[in-house]
Design a protein around this ligand. Structure first.
Ligand SMILES: O=C(CO)[C@H](O)[C@H](O)COP(=O)(O)O
Length: 314
């Protein structure tokens, strides 16, 4: 049996700064095993081969966890979406000792389930107003680390957990990496609103310049409707979601737009996250990860040395 990765992680993580770890056994991933005391984690589980986009999400998630979640981090925020399960996988791979004194805070129903099913300790942001690290997905990220979030209607809790965190990190696949927000995520900025105020907010957003039809003929400004459910999407907080696209000239100033939308009465939270991220990790199709850092620099994590097997799989 190979040496358990946990021991290596222990020694590596006992530093003040988040280390750039290289695990001894990169294939170590306990994907479905809950973390229970006394139970030995498997030391080597082959990583499943994934379609390119999924593999890219996994690369980004693994790189972000390896870089930002260290042993001394005890309160950890877990975001929402399809990339975040890989974050939990990688956290689990740090082993029982690393996780036994940690508490994990969810940004919504989905991440709450993820935490519980992984056997990790669940907490909430009303118990822990200060979080060490929160890792979350995004719908699109621009050159300056501003992002659109709320594709899963979780932006209110996501923003609270992002703000509460000493370090907030984004994980995404290559499709989310843009120069200007709204380039690939064209359906609009997700805006959580008090249900009784939605019609008034829609009117105000229209006056602000959000079109009801996009140039490509697709629907623009709209109340988000449920799929397989009659009526609107209702957020985890009991609110409605409006999707509001804006012309590119307005999207070039996401901070200004955020402030204007947030000032509309009835708006609870806006899915524009500006000046918040420490870094964004984008998994690429070629098995590398592109990291965009707060200082504006880009770093290519070529072949992701921590997990070389992944490169071969993509
Ligand atoms: O903001 C979100 C939910 O409100 C998600 O983080 C965002 O939609 C990204 O999801 P995915 O990882 O599935 O691309």
């Amino acid at each position: 049996m190979p040496t358990p990765t946990v021991d290596l992680l222990k020694s590596k993580y006992n530093t003040a700064d988040a280390p750039d770890i290289k695990v001894s056994n990169p294939a170590f991933v306990p994907p479905t095993q809950p973390l229970t005391p006394g139970k030995q984690l498997p030391t080597s589980v082959p990583l499943p081969v994934l379609p390119a986009v999924e593999a890219a999400k996994r690369l980004a998630a693994f790189a972000a966890v390896d870089r930002h979640i260290a042993l001394q981090h005890k309160v950890i925020g877990i975001g929402s979406g399809s990339t975040v399960p890989y974050v939990v996988d990688r956290i689990l791979a740090q082993g029982f000792d690393a996780n036994k004194d940690r508490v994990f805070l969810p940004t919504g129903f989905q991440s709450k389930e993820l935490i519980i099913k992984a056997g990790l300790t669940l907490g909430d942001v009303d118990q822990y107003a200060k979080i060490d690290v929160t890792i979350d997905g995004a719908d699109e990220v621009d050159n300056e680390l501003n992002s659109i979030k709320g594709g899963g209607a979780c932006q209110l809790r996501e923003k609270v957990l992002a703000e509460a965190a000493d370090t907030w990190v984004i994980v995404a696949d290559y499709r989310k990496n843009s120069e200007i927000l709204g380039t690939t995520w064209t359906q609009g900025i997700p805006i959580e609103v008090a249900p009784f105020a939605y019609a008034k907010v829609l009117t105000n957003l229209s006056h602000m310049g959000s079109p009801s039809t996009l140039p490509n003929g697709k629907p623009g400004l709209s109340l988000r409707m449920g799929k397989m459910k009659a009526g609107p999407v209702v957020s985890d907080n009991g609110n409605f979601i409006i999707d509001a696209p804006f012309p590119v000239e307005m999207m070039k100033d996401p901070i200004g737009l955020l402030h204007r939308i947030k000032m509309l009465t009835g708006v609870v939270e806006v899915g524009l996250f500006c000046n918040m991220a420490e870094a964004a990790y984008f998994g690429n199709e070629d098995g590398t990860v592109s990291a965009r850092l707060k200082d504006g620099s880009m770093e290519k994590i070529s072949s992701v040395p921590d997990i070389p097997e992944l490169k071969a799989q993509v």
